[in-house]
Ligand binder design. Structure first.
Ligand code: SAH
Length: 349
């Protein structure tokens, strides 16, 4: 396990107090932050951008998070769940395109999912062998469920903590607590998953100090994957009248993450691309090293609207590949079809 190893910190930022780090951050221009993060990313991951095939297999959800377009109370959503056959077909197609990592994401629908997911993973493993990594992103479940899914073939798990501020979390996610979510991240780590988490940038009620604490929590948790993206207000949620922060805040936060977690796999997220036409390229230039093309069948993915104006909804995920290659090339990077473990894992296994 990789819990206590001291990590490299090229700029000695971790030696700074919270206040000193805040001061350092506020006195750096975005160009400066981006250029520092770029250097660190080049040293750890070269110019490689790892691909993950994202399959949004169900938008059913029992949660009612204020920010989320597929929250339980949004009755405008047309709910769907892909069949096992559909998911298997999508994975097979992904394999033929060269994908070595698949992310299976859904809302939280606690009753049916545990058994079904275990069955599905066993089937998928038969097809893919051990070469391929399966990442799940299905929310909080009891530790035994995570254990079953791991046994069945899952390798990685993404579960954003959304915000490091306990009371903001409780306000935004009724009925849920930050400590339960952090417990779930501990459970996942203890069960041997490669663990990813992260947060939204600019949630209503987030202060600059909370945002810095979000980044520091990612480091404290020694995450191998960190997903962040701008909060984008969805019109059919209680936060409809809020505004997103300019893309620059997400870019600065990405750069800081790269500086404080040089080992992490950091995706350039769809939310950034939805806020700004070059949002993903800007994240890649600021130290992100992963892209997650959405390979969910088109007729399904248009109903997985966590936020409005989501990009690439009408295109087939397969068409996205050539567009993504160009975007990646525009920032001097190149797509890699490797499984793309984090540097941390490569050094410790
Ligand atoms: N049920 C899974 C997957 C949630 S959806 C889980 O609980 O982990 C994936 C991510 O989308 C969420 O973790 C959240 O950070 C992000 N998201 C949800 N609503 C959003 C919005 N309005 N703007 C930007 N990102 C959003």
């Amino acid at each position: 396990m990789c819990t206590t190893k001291p990590f490299f910190d090229p700029l000695h930022l971790t030696e700074l107090s919270f206040d000193a780090l805040m001061e350092w951050l506020l006195s750096r221009s975005t160009t400066e932050l981006v250029s520092l993060a770029q250097q660190v990313c080049a040293e750890t991951y070269g110019n490689k951008v790892f691909l993950r095939g994202l399959i949004e297999f169900s938008n059913e959800c029992l949660c009612d998070c204020l920010y989320c377009g597929i929250r339980k109370s949004n009755h405008k959503v047309q709910r769907y769940t892909m069949s096992d056959e559909e998911i298997i077909e999508t994975v097979k197609k992904g394999l033929s395109f060269g994908f070595k990592t698949f992310v299976l994401q859904s809302g939280e629908y606690r009753r049916e999912l545990p058994e079904r997911m275990a069955r599905l993973l066993y089937q998928l493993r038969q097809i893919t062998g051990e070469d391929v990594a399966f990442t799940l992103s299905c929310g909080v479940y009891p530790r035994e469920v995570y254990r079953e899914w791991k046994k069945a073939g899952a390798n990685r798990y993404l579960l954003r903590f959304e915000t490091s501020d306990e009371s903001l979390f409780a306000h935004l996610c009724p009925g849920k607590t930050l400590s339960k979510r952090l417990q779930a991240l501990d459970d996942l780590k203890a069960e041997g998953y490669v663990v990813g988490s992260g947060f939204m940038v600019g949630l209503p009620g987030e202060t600059v100090a909370i945002r810095l604490r979000n980044v520091l929590l990612c480091r404290e948790l020694q995450l191998e994957m960190v997903g962040i993206g701008p909060f984008l207000p969805h019109p059919d949620t209680p936060l409809a009248s809020e505004s997103p922060l300019p893309i620059e805040e997400t870019i600065r936060t990405t750069a800081l993450l790269r500086l404080l977690l040089p080992w992490a796999n950091i995706p350039a997220t769809t939310a950034a691309g939805s806020l700004h036409p070059q949002g993903r390229e800007m994240m890649l230039a600021a130290g992100a090293n992963v892209l997650m093309p959405n390979i969910t069948p088109t007729e399904k993915k248009r109903h997985y609207l966590l936020y409005p104006n989501k990009i690439c909804l009408d295109e087939d995920g397969w068409e996205c590949l050539s567009c993504l290659s160009l975007r990646v090339a525009s920032v001097g990077k190149a797509i890699s079809f490797e499984r793309g473990e984090s540097i941390l894992r490569r050094n410790t296994q």
